[in-house]
Design a protein around this ligand. Structure first.
Ligand code: SAM
Length: 494
């Protein structure tokens, strides 16, 4: 490792994985459910700390021309990519800073604008105590009173099964340095050795172990390097994170997995009985962490909470369908159970959403009697990835168009590319989840492709295919266009 990396993997860039939960409009839903008064505004300062390659920063900046969105990372390769994409898309409001969170001086911190929203996805549980202290210094000094902070991190106890696995992988990988590609090569070595020896040791059977051993491989070595070959990876208990960030006057609002606010969707009757004996707050969150098998938590905090009526706040949330709505009531799988709307209620809700964006209050009025609480309806719709919150109905933004074209050119040549992408949507004030093919299909439409002629696009994207291959590709394009064009229109993407 080089000195500047502080034990973090530096020779390989991180992957791209858009997180819908990082969108301020999503965070507003978490606040509404918790009865905390917070909403995104037309003008805000947002920062992504440890921003990786800047895809989130650029998506948010493109979708919200009046926000400034700052991406901060210590990796020059990450910052360079973020800056280049911003320049290519002409995003003057996406700002990137190369800085080490551990060592920023007060003067450097004070050059950051007062923040409405700070987000750290995949940072806290990967970095040393010095970096964590630097994060708290930054939040104490720059997060506005009333500002919110998102933390996505590996949580205990579910992550405990991977503690020995991480140590083993680091031993198997040997030394890691900052030579380009070296960390990924070391991860490949570690994965090969792990496969050869796994049967001989009593390794805990965790989802991560299964993914590491999968044949054919499902994990990119660069991902495994970032995930496991850092020196400081330490999952934390939710309560310990709450205590740490308390030093920056941050108070827990709720989990960004909306259903986690509803113990009945997480715990069985016996577990609920135990929960009833525990005080609200961290003890109950811990009980949920004991029930749920997920090793990653995404938590929202606020610096100076103001209370509001959760029922009224939830009623006013505007939602729009971001995926084709199935005929059968969708089923939310929580990891410990399943839940869905009654079929007749679902049919009424789906018909209403088909008319356009709707306030949650209107959708709930279609669910008969007191069968479901508005929070449950919201958690079901959002948790099944069928709706996104709407911030400004029916707008287009030139910056979003420029970014979506740039993202397609950079990440989806020929309609192919690896990553979980998003299309910048001014309506969602964030991203609409997208595959590499979606990026290419939207770019083609923005450049004037005829949606009635998928064959022409297939020939342009994949000229090397034979007639049979082209016909198959044209079918896929036609199907995807038919499904997505109305959604892209609704979200102001095309
Ligand atoms: C697991 S990656 C997550 C990246 C991004 N947030 C995402 O979700 O795609 C952690 C990021 O933190 C950055 N990082 C690690 N230590 C840092 C430090 N001391 N100062 C600034 N950035 C750091 C890494 O370069 C990397 O981009």
């Amino acid at each position: 490792m080089t000195d500047w990396s502080r034990g973090y993997v530096a020779g390989n860039t991180y992957g791209i994985a858009w997180q819908a939960a990082q969108t301020p409009a999503h965070l507003a839903m978490v606040c509404a459910m918790a009865g905390i008064a917070w909403q995104p505004r037309e003008r805000m300062h947002v920062a992504d700390l440890g921003c990786g390659r800047g895809y989130t920063v650029n998506t948010l900046a493109a979708a919200n021309p009046d926000w400034t969105v700052l991406g901060l990372d210590h990796s020059p390769a990450h910052v360079a990519e973020g800056m280049q994409t911003a320049a290519r898309a002409g995003l003057g409001n996406a700002l990137f800073v190369e800085a080490d969170l551990a060592t920023m001086s007060d003067a450097e911190l004070d050059r950051i604008p007062p923040l409405d929203v700070a987000m750290l996805h995949g940072v806290w549980s990967w970095v040393s105590d010095e970096v964590r202290a630097g994060i708290l210094r930054l939040l104490s000094r720059r997060l506005k009173p009333g500002g919110i902070a998102y933390f996505g991190y590996n949580a205990l106890p579910a992550s405990s099964g991977d503690l020995a696995l991480q140590r083993l992988l680091r031993h198997l990988a040997g030394p890691v340095d900052s030579q380009p590609g070296q960390a990924a090569a070391a991860a490949t070595t570690a994965m090969t050795r792990l496969r050869a020896m796994a049967g001989s040791f009593a390794l805990r059977d965790t989802p991560m172990l299964r993914r590491l051993l999968a044949e054919p491989p499902v994990l990119e070595p660069a991902f495994v390097a970032h995930e496991f070959l850092t020196s400081h990876w330490r999952p934390v208990f939710h309560a310990d994170l709450c205590e740490s960030v308390g030093a920056a006057k941050l108070e827990f609002v709720g989990s960004c997995n909306l259903f986690e606010a509803l113990p009945g969707l997480v715990c069985d009757a016996e577990q609920l009985g135990v929960m009833g004996h525990l005080p609200e707050g961290t003890p109950r969150e811990f009980l949920k962490d004991l029930c749920l098998p997920r090793s990653f938590r995404a938590d929202l905090f606020i610096r100076g909470a103001r209370r509001t009526n959760p029922a009224a706040a939830m009623d006013a949330l505007l939602l729009a369908a971001c995926a084709p709505l199935p005929e059968e009531a969708p089923i939310l799988t929580t990891g410990t159970g399943r839940a869905s709307l009654p079929q007749p209620a679902w049919e009424a809700v789906a018909a209403c959403l088909a008319e356009g964006p709707q306030p949650l209050g209107r959708l709930c009025s279609l669910v008969p009697g007191d069968t479901l609480h508005p929070a449950e309806v919201l958690a079901l719709l959002v948790g099944t990835d069928l709706v996104l919150p709407v911030f400004r109905p029916s707008v287009r933004a030139a910056a979003a168009t420029r970014f979506n074209l740039a993202a397609a050119a950079i990440h989806a040549p020929g309609g192919e590319g690896s990553g979980h992408f998003a299309l910048a949507s001014p309506v969602a004030a964030g991203g609409l989840p997208a595959t590499a093919l979606d990026l290419a299909l939207v770019a083609a439409l923005l450049e004037g492709a005829d949606p009635e002629d998928p064959q022409a696009l297939a020939e342009r994207l994949q000229p090397e295919l034979n007639d049979e291959g082209l016909a198959r590709a044209a079918d896929i394009i036609a199907g995807r266009w038919a499904e997505r064009i109305p959604i892209w229109r609704l979200f102001g993407v095309i």
